[in-house]
Every structure is written in C-alpha cells, then in structure tokens.
Design a binder for this molecule. Structure first.
Ligand SMILES: Nc1ncnc2c1ncn2[C@@H]1O[C@H](COP(=O)(O)OP(=O)(O)OP(=O)(O)O)[C@@H](O)[C@H]1O
Length: 322
C-alpha cells in the first residue's frame, strides 16, 4: 500500500494505529488527528468488494484517467472532448466516470444536466449522452443542481466504490475518468481499485495551462503518477495562446511561460501531447452541453484536440510503436 506524501508522520497521535492498520482513521486516537481523513481513505485489509469490482469492470478494454494539479485548467473540458471524440467512432462504446464529486461539471458539459439516475436489477444505469456514450456522476443523484456536496473522504470512497461495483457499465472500449484537481482521496481510491482490475489503468493524461502556478502544481501530479505506478500517457498545455477567429493570428496570452508544458514534459521524459489554444466558443459549447468538435470543425482548437485524441488512441490501443 502506498501512503501518500500528505501523510505527516510527525503528527501521529499517541496510540496511533498506523496508516496501514485495519483501524487507521477509525480508532479513538484518530479523532482530531491531522492525518485522519488520509487514513480513512486508505484501503484496509482484504476488501470483499474487490472481486465484485473486478467482475463488474471485466469487460472494459481501456481505462484512462484525466488529471490536473490545479482546478480550472480545463480538465473536465478535455474529458468531455475526449469522450465526444471517442464516441464519434461508432465502433467504440465509451463510458465516462465523473469523480469530481464536490464539483461535478460533466453532466452540464455533456448535455445531461437534468437527468436522474436509474436503477434496475442489474444496478445503476449510466445516463446516455448518445447510444455509445454513457456518463455516471453524483450530479444525477442530487435533489437539485445547486446542492452542495460536503463530504469527508470515507463517504466519497464509498460512492466511488458504488460507481465501480454497482454501475451497469457492460462492455466498453473506453472508460474515461475525470478526477478532482490535485492529489486527493479520490485519486488514491480509484487507483487502488482500478489497479486490481483486469488490465489495470492504461494511463493518465495530465492537463496544465502555461501559467507558472499550474505548471508547479502539475509536477505534484506527475510525481503522484510515478509513485503510484500509473503510466503517464502525456501532458497537454491547454489555453496555450489565443487564435483570433477573424484574422487567425495567434496571441501568446501567457507569454513568458507559453511552452512551459512542453519543457516540463521534456524534463520528466514524458510525451508532450500538444497545445490547445483558447477559443471562447469552447465555453459556450460546454455550457450548451454540445460537442465543440462537431460545432466548430474549423477551429484550431478542434484540430489540436483531435490530434491529441489520435495520439492517445494510438498509444492505448497499441496501433503504432512508441
Ligand atoms: N481551450 C479553452 N479555451 C477556452 N475556454 C476554455 C478552454 N479550456 C477550458 N476552458 C474553459 O475554462 C473553464 C474551466 O474549465 P474546466 O471546468 O474544464 O476546468 P477543470 O480543470 O475541470 O476545473 P475543476 O477541476 O476546478 O472542475 C471552463 O469555463 C471552460 O469552458
């Protein structure tokens, strides 16, 4: 078991059961400990749900995580684009899991904001965006779209387990998983369970913007992947300049650090998947729950995204040599 970097050994209370104990986070000594929520989120002993998760996900070919160090850099936007792009190939069955439990935005971006979850004998059904594109999100279980989700780690972990064990995913070519920003309980939980499934996690796509604050935070994400043994499929620099829709001229809005994503990828020896320019129509399409890729085929952002998706498919499906 990997104990996360955030775990602070110096803050261990007297009689601490230790992060690897079955009682981690649950004993009296844990109350008020700064490490409690981390310990609660760590797996304890053999988990009887693991065989159920393995069975439920056994027909999923590829599992891809989308990660970012900072919020607001376009992680959910890219997840929605990747999902639309994959599903535009009618030969593929695509599932999307929204693990941004406290800030779910995929239902809106994929045009399913007002849907509710359906339960049948075979479990929860994903909400279908298209015949071959299903989404699961906590949003579908909330009384209204403004409801706040203020949950501790253990409750989030149970929901993630439900998403893995109780959603009737069926056979899928791709399961794309959007995660919250940073390295959180959700990341530890999903990695813990998926790493035990057939084929494990194919890899993670990391999103940054060119700003220094985002580049600094995405380093933590890279180190998390390295520590957790998650393959890094590549890094994307989003909002990487603005292409004027009229004159097609490009302005480097974050001038000194534009290209920082590429430099970071080189430093870590990982693939740089490409830069996606700013296009104000992306926000508009996402707000309307429509596919930007279909609406604005001529946008340089569409070209960049489709090129990235092709590279990912080549890597994940092994159609070209890396
Ligand atoms: N290339 C782009 N051009 C223009 N707007 C963009 C681009 N990428 C993302 N956006 C916009 O930036 C905002 C933040 O994007 P998004 O919600 O995907 O970020 P996030 O990283 O998932 O944030 P969080 O993790 O905090 O939910 C959205 O309004 C989205 O429409």
């Amino acid at each position: 078991m990997t104990v996360p970097d955030e775990y602070n050994k110096e803050k261990e209370p007297e009689n601490c059961p230790g992060p690897e104990s079955e009682n981690a986070g649950k004993s009296d000594a844990c109350n008020g400990c700064a490490n409690q929520s981390i310990c609660e989120s760590l797996p304890k002993g053999p988990d009887p749900d693991i065989p159920l998760i393995q069975d439920n996900l056994s027909q999923i070919q590829h599992k891809v995580l989308v990660l970012s160090g900072k919020g607001g850099v376009g992680k959910s936007t890219f997840t929605s684009m990747l999902s639309w792009a994959l599903a535009s190939d009618e030969a593929l069955e695509v599932g999307v899991m929204d693990l941004d439990i406290c800030g779910p935005s995929l239902p809106k971006m994929l045009g399913t904001e007002n849907e509710i979850i359906h339960q049948s004998n075979s479990g929860w059904s994903p909400v279908y965006v298209d015949d071959n594109l299903g989404l699961i999100s906590i949003q579908f279980m909330l009384p209204d779209s403004d409801a706040a989700i203020i949950w501790r780690g253990s409750k989030k972990n149970s929901l993630i387990k439900n998403f893995l064990k109780d959603v009737n995913w069926g056979p899928l070519d791709y399961l794309v998983i959007d995660t919250p920003p940073g390295t959180t309980d959700e990341h530890l939980t999903i990695n813990n369970y998926l790493s035990k499934t057939n084929g494990g996690i194919d890899g993670a796509v990391l999103i940054t913007t060119p700003q220094e604050v985002s580049l600094l935070d995405v380093r933590k994400e890279l180190n998390f992947c390295l520590k957790a043994g998650i393959k890094i499929l590549g890094l994307i620099e989003n909002m990487s300049g603005f292409v004027c829709p009229n004159c097609k001229g490009e302005s480097k809005i974050f001038k000194p650090t534009t290209g920082g994503g590429k430099a970071l990828a080189k430093e870590f020896g990982i693939k740089f998947l490409g830069s996606i320019p700013l296009d104000p129509r992306i926000g508009k399409a996402c707000d309307q729950g429509q596919s930007f890729l279909d609406m604005y085929e001529d946008s340089p952002a569409t070209d960049a995204i489709l090129d990235i998706v092709n590279q990912l498919r080549d890597d994940v499906e092994g159609t070209t040599e890396s």
